[in-house]
Design a protein around this ligand. Structure first.
Ligand code: CO
Length: 297
């Protein structure tokens, strides 16, 4: 990897990690989730990066893809499992990292997700297979008596690309694909005391550009242009566009944009049995000794 690119990955990773920990520090009893999201947005900008996707603040059985709307009243409760999943980029090079935080304190479920990640990182080097990584992650969950989430995976990262093709399951699998030197990957085990499966739950709160299409509503055309230019074809929050257009126009535009496949909507993902989910994630550059870009030393 060229030095210039490596430096950008390292910078993005460090900022993502700082923002993640800052976000965790804001998780307090009765805190408004939307205020946490706003503060995180501001911190990313202050530190000289841009969001690679809106911070996912998914609570309890909500596993991923949750993000508050503009006047959201959701607050933090002491027993909540709050997953802070941060993605930032520097010139398109991404750092993606997550932690689970609970006001009432860390418990086995959270420790389990951390161990799943730690044990996976231990075996990362060129040549290791996706199947071997999944096995280590699943075995760790089983040792704790929990289930990994079968349909949430880690992934490779590319420039301006949060899911760059490679999928890294959190369960045993047959993939013989071998990691290569300099591949950039995010490993993100999720574990639960429940069934270990997530499904779509409710309307999308996060969107991404997919196609330029003729759009009837003028606000819809503007949102599509923002998705392409301002948000650089990366995922963006409904909350961000609620700052520009009336609530009704946002609803109608997003519905049209999603229907004609101009935007992709990420639906919130909820654990099917309603049990809490913990997640821990780091971004790594594959080497004999991998570089964990989102680990603060
Ligand atoms: Co990720």
């Amino acid at each position: 990897m060229e030095k210039e690119i490596l430096d950008k990955y390292i910078k993005a990773g460090k900022i993502a990690a700082e923002v993640r920990d800052y976000g965790c520090s804001l998780v307090k009893k009765d805190a408004l989730v939307v205020e946490i999201a706003e503060k995180i947005d501001k911190k990313i900008e202050e530190l000289g990066a841009k969001p690679a996707f809106p911070v996912n603040i998914s609570i309890n059985d909500m596993a991923a893809h949750w993000h508050p709307v503009i006047n959201d009243k959701t607050t933090i409760k002491e027993e909540d499992y709050v997953k802070i999943d941060v993605g930032v980029h520097v010139d398109g090079y991404i750092g993606d990292t997550a932690k689970t935080i609970r006001v009432a304190g860390k418990d086995d479920l959270i420790i389990c997700s951390e161990k799943m990640l730690e044990n996976a990182i231990k075996i990362i080097k060129p040549g290791v297979t996706i199947g071997e990584i999944g096995e280590v992650i699943e075995n760790t969950a089983k040792e704790f008596g929990f289930n990994p989430i079968r349909n949430l995976t880690g992934h490779s990262l590319g420039r301006y690309d949060v899911h760059a093709g490679l999928v890294i399951p959190n369960i045993k699998n047959d993939s013989k694909y071998q990691l290569r030197e300099d591949e950039v990957i995010a490993i993100e085990p999720f574990c639960t005391s429940g069934n270990g499966l997530v499904k779509d739950s409710g309307k999308a709160l996060i969107f991404r550009w997919i196609n330029d299409k003729p759009i009837r509503l003028i606000e819809g055309r503007k949102i599509l242009e923002m998705a392409r230019e301002k948000f650089e074809r990366l995922p963006f929050a409904k909350r961000w566009i609620q700052k520009y257009f009336s609530p009704l126009k946002v609803e109608l535009s997003l519905r049209e944009l999603e229907t004609v496949n101009a935007l992709y909507g990420y639906k919130p993902l909820r654990e099917v049995s309603g049990k809490p989910v913990a997640q821990t994630e780091h971004t790594l550059i594959v080497k004999e000794k991998p570089i964990v870009t989102t680990r603060l030393l």
